[in-house]
Design a protein. Structure first.
Length: 367
């Protein structure tokens, strides 16, 4: 027969389903209340297998194709080429990526206990839950933000493009400022190189040691010993200390001293270096050479001086002084930076009504 038409097919005894030992080919839909037998061989389904409201388990050696819909559980060792989920994926154990070159996420990935980067045998970077990141390699970024107060062990080669304006404290190594050797005999040129200072009569520095136009008078002052029997009135001394920058440089001491005195107790002007008073220099001779106003009772002297000290005094604090002086210890009455119209020893009514001034400058130079 080519066609069997029947509402129900049963076995010969009428109490069960018939057997189809050669198989059964169905081109339509097979509907069954229960499938409770194992199927040996392949079960080929052209469309879908639907499990109504059943809560059982579909077990197969291999699932081929896409799994869509609500899959509440994938059994142990479920494998396949692709797994596409439109909802959430909950994993109670560990996800291990084998031979995965890239993980692409379009949103935010959250790692509750941090994450590590690198092979399992040697993690190179670890991110912790407190926000800290530790790495044994090199961190490269277009911009770094924050104070960086805890950065240690950095070398100049690791921060080659650090702007000078970003350095607000600490000491910058001389090697970072320019090439060459930095020492007391070199200076930093505009081409960012350390160059030797010229020693051809080069002026190292001009030290403005003393300047004053404030008058200071004294009466009957005993002399202060300079060296040997030479004395000077301490209130008429000018000068002070300065910082000598070279141990080989020489000193040119020059200036002017204005002094009103009585006519009998001063006969010279001396210049000296503090601590080396025995090598003082008398540059003025008799004070009567330097009068610009004189009376029977006293004189006003303007004394310009200039002298080179060839001794190479050590670098550091040095002092230079100048004062009127006399051989012997006498009583001194006078006035430093006097007003010619009104001073302790004489008066003149037709000179400019302003105190005179005194000054002392030291020019430090390499011979």
């Amino acid at each position: 027969m080519s066609i069997i038409r029947a509402d129900s097919i049963k076995n010969r005894g009428g109490n069960g389903a018939p057997d189809f030992p050669k198989g059964l080919t169905v081109t339509g839909v097979i509907t069954a209340t229960t499938l409770n037998q194992n199927t040996s061989g392949d079960l080929n389904v052209g469309s879908n297998i639907k499990f109504g409201s059943a809560s059982g388990i579909a077990t197969a050696t291999t699932f081929v194709g896409n799994l869509t819909g609500a899959a509440t559980q994938l059994a142990t060792n479920a494998t396949g080429a692709n797994l596409t989920l439109s909802g959430n994926l909950g994993v109670g154990g560990t996800i291990t990526y084998e031979d995965v070159a890239r993980v692409d996420a379009t949103g935010i990935s959250t790692f509750r206990e941090g994450f590590g980067v690198g092979p399992l045998a040697g993690i190179a970077l670890t991110a912790y839950t407190d926000g800290s990141v530790r790495t044994s390699g090199i961190v490269t970024a277009a911009n770094f933000h924050g104070g960086g107060a805890n950065l240690t062990g950095l070398t100049a080669g690791q921060i080659p493009n650090l702007a000078a304006s970003k350095i607000t404290s600490g000491t910058v190594a001389t090697a970072r400022l320019g090439s060459g050797t930095a020492n007391s005999g070199t200076y930093l040129r505009g081409d960012q190189s350390w160059a030797a200072l010229s020693t051809n009569n080069a002026v190292r520095k001009v030290h403005a040691v003393y300047y004053s136009n404030t008058s200071s008078s004294f009466n009957g002052q005993a002399g202060t010993a300079l060296s040997g029997s030479t004395h000077y009135p301490a209130s008429a001394r000018i000068g002070g200390s300065f910082t000598k920058i070279s141990g080989t440089s020489k000193l040119l001491v020059q200036g002017v001293l204005t002094y009103a005195m009585n006519s009998t107790n001063i006969h010279g002007f001396c210049v000296w270096i503090g601590g080396d008073e025995s090598n003082y220099v008398n540059t003025g001779g008799d004070t009567r050479q330097w009068y610009f106003y004189t009376t029977r009772s006293g004189n006003i002297c303007v004394w310009p001086f200039s002298y080179i000290f060839n001794t190479a005094y050590s670098a550091g604090t040095v002092a230079a002084y100048a004062a009127p002086a006399v051989n012997g210890n006498r009583s001194h009455t006078g006035e430093l930076n006097p007003d010619p119209n009104s001073n302790i020893v004489n008066n003149c009514s037709d000179t400019p009504n302003k105190d005179c001034h005194s000054c002392l400058t030291v020019i430090e130079f390499e011979p």
